[in-house]
Design a protein around this ligand. Sequence first.
Ligand code: MSP
Length: 666
Amino acid sequence: MIGLRPKSQILSYRYLGSLQTSSASRGDLRKTHGVRILNKQTNFVTCPIYYATSTPHIGHIHSSVIGDFYHRWNKINDVPSKFSIGTDEHGQKIIRSAAQQGYDHPELLVNNISDLYRRTFKKFSISVASLDDAIYMRTTNPEHHEAAQKLWSRLRSKGHIRIKNYEGWYSTPDESFVGNKEIVEKDGKHFSSVNGHQLEWISEENYIFDFEPFLSEIEAWIEKAVTPDVAKVLIDELKERRNTGNTSLSISRPRKRVPWGVAVPDDPNHTMYVWFEALINYLTAAGYARHENALDFWPPQLQVLGIDIARFHCIYWPAMLLAADLPLPKKVFVHGHWTRNGMKMSKSLDNFVTPKELLELVGNQSDAVRWFCLKHATLKNVDFQDELLRIQSDSDLANKIANLLSRTTSKNLNPSGAYPTLFPDSLLDRPDGEKYLIETVQELPEVYAKFVDQGQLPSAMNCVIRAVEEGLQFMTNEKIFKLDRDIKSERMQKDSAIHACYELLRVSAILLQPAIPQISSKILNRLGIPLENRFYEDAEDSFSGMDGDQFERVGRLLGPNQGHLFKTSALVKKEIEQMAKFEAQELARYDKKHPTRTAPENEIKNTGRKQKERIKQKARAKMAEIKAARDAKKPLDRRQGDMSAEELNMDLHDPNFRAPDFPNRK
Ligand code: MSP
């Protein structure tokens, strides 16, 4: 006999207990030399800051969707949350990129690109606004300069920074010196064995950060905070470093070579190494520039990053925090990479999967891309295929979730247009003898939460889909449509089945809000669920009519029909074709009526091939303009934010470029 499950008093959030900042103990406070945390309850989720060199691609969307997922997860658990994301805007890579793209000054490039990233993130419902408790971080922001300089001074005053001559092979695309083991020589040139980037020999006086004293603490932290597969590799690296004495990091660059950066305090001849400075963005977000000894919130509950930047986040970054006596992040979520046709995506291959391409594939339904990323949020690399994206979203979002909602809310099936009554004894049995859906739906929040808290996002997404499948089977196998409302027992069975499916959809949609916010909100609107009942604890409370009490949702009117919850790729294709057909007909009609006049462009909605051709033509013209301006050495006249993705994808690589001495900010 299945009874009512008492509403849990403790949020599923208990699983995240170990990640919560509020768990900072007295010991932590003593160790942090009295750094006060103003909002101890606030959980802080971070995403990497992206190089503002060129346009975003699927990899950037991927890290961001995962971070945004956890931020939204905090929110539906009613836990205060802050989220940081943004752009990494200094360094040699930026200087070169700006010059290659015909910019007069790196600042013009980073303004454009940062703006482009922010707009792109918005398209994918990734939180970037302060209203959503997001901090959009830009490292050119003076507050970040101040934070970086404060941390530098703190490490210097504690004796962790010294100056020395430093030389080695340097990879500009990675903004990093490369160890001997990772160098290959070919035709007298040197390349990174990890990613093939060409290296340059650099010998210069730099400031050095010594992290030898922290190796053991870092190792212990990695074991706790990082998933075992990645932890093993990192710990091996730590051991190797300990054995070879490779335990320092060069953290400055001569200002002459890299003028575009944060000035080293009290030394006008140096700027900070961009990685050292970029990592500090997380502290900037927490208010480090304003109150060095009283942070708004800290440490991060979760830091999301790709495997390629694990070394920076899991070795150098904890070393910097330990050197500054600051608490370390609670957890690190490391994900793998998207490849295309089995190849790494790169500028030279020009094989990036762009946000535009992604959105076109799914008819602008960005939730499909979020879903796709989350279904592949593992450590493994995944090869991107158009079909995979289409099939997964068609199958899960359209054929399962949307299908169940439209079937069960149709006037035919539920003429009352309200949440029907559940008659526990009339709810049909599954072939295994258990009642349909009750157990599945009641267990779903806990199962889902466990996966989420363990970082197993694909399993979390799949467990909801399995539950929805049970709903669909229920409707089909038991032929709920055929039950006759004029026969009392069948009417009771029908209403109970609909009620159970609504409970399933309600609980699923609450849980999926962090994953597919637009679709979830449409489901909850359609079911008439008030905003204040869309929290995790509301998902924990399902089938409360089972114990015979008046069930609060029963009899409540459904919300308005939300139109298509999700359009299949076939439908999207059909709509585009219809639009193109309409456009062609309209042009033909116009030509016939006005044989001597050309149709004004904006009268006709451009779609498909024609639109693409027009964009390409524009991009070609712009490229020619930029090239001509470069040849004539004339600065281009640009307004902020007016760059199209196409022009930013240009690759005018010039490895010999050296930047002029830009005036620095500070
Ligand atoms: N600016 C540094 C990060 C500094 S954080 C203090 C950087 N930027 S990046 O733009 O190159 O990459 C940022 C994120 O995008 C990383 O998490 C990286 O793993 C992710 N991706 C970049 N390419 C990717 C794929 N092809 N696939 C999945 N994610 C990848 O590194």
